[in-house]
Design a protein around this ligand. Sequence first.
Ligand code: NAD
Length: 254
Amino acid sequence: MAGLLEGKSTLITGAASGIGRAAAMACAREGAKITIGDVQVEAGQATVEMVKESGGEAHFVKCDVSKAAEVEAMVEAAVKKYGRLDCAFNNAGYEGLTMHIADSTEEDWDKVMAIDLKGVFLCLRAEIRQMIKQGGPGAIVNTASIAGLVGSHGMPAYTAAKHGVVGLTRVAGLEYSKRGIRVNAVCPGVIDTPMVERLVGGRPKVDARLLAIEPIGRKGKPQEIAEAVVWLLSDHASFVAGFPMAVDGGIIAQ
Ligand code: NAD
């Protein structure tokens, strides 16, 4: 039986780690041909090897998503390799320093905005241009967060950037769905990845506080976000556009 993304050229950013790596594996399982964009070269290559070992197709492009020229070159590399671009998962992200607003630095604000918000804009712009050039169709998922839907204590820049990603997703959904390009977002809850490990920093109290946020009683697995991404990218989600989908163990239900 054909996979949900059979033969689709699929670009995934931030796939050297965590949710992006799990998404690369899940999309490849569904028959997608993967381009991985990340700043981490060795770990990005390792994801390529994992995809290949599982029987899939993948290649790596070094890309800092906050730099327009690098993003455009990454999309070009995907098109050069597979002939077109059908799907994209704009997932690269940086959590920023954990601080209240009054203690925050301008430098960290700028870094979070550059990666988490401008990075998604630059990727969306380059991907949509390519999809329009091809005459469509296309499907794109951005990684927002529950911090894109509600306030997240101690993460002002991250929360503002992720709310921005939700806003951009809604605009893109409005602007391009008639042209056959669907843009949606996933809003993960607390997921067991290196990002959360960094936030916890080996402190059991912080770990317990993060766990307590989750009504479902546990952290999510990167694979649980990846399955939502596969669905949103696939034709099974053909009537879904501009939607920030919470995959969060029930946090938003509270
Ligand atoms: P992670 O740290 O494991 O992965 C993030 C990836 O992004 C890494 O591979 C990193 O190298 C890459 N990256 C960072 N800056 C980059 C840049 N400038 N250009 C290209 N790549 C860059 O974290 P994760 O938890 O897998 O995070 C993936 C996404 O999910 C992020 O957007 C994050 O904000 C979001 N998210 C995570 C959680 C969670 O609980 N883990 C919750 C909500 C949202």
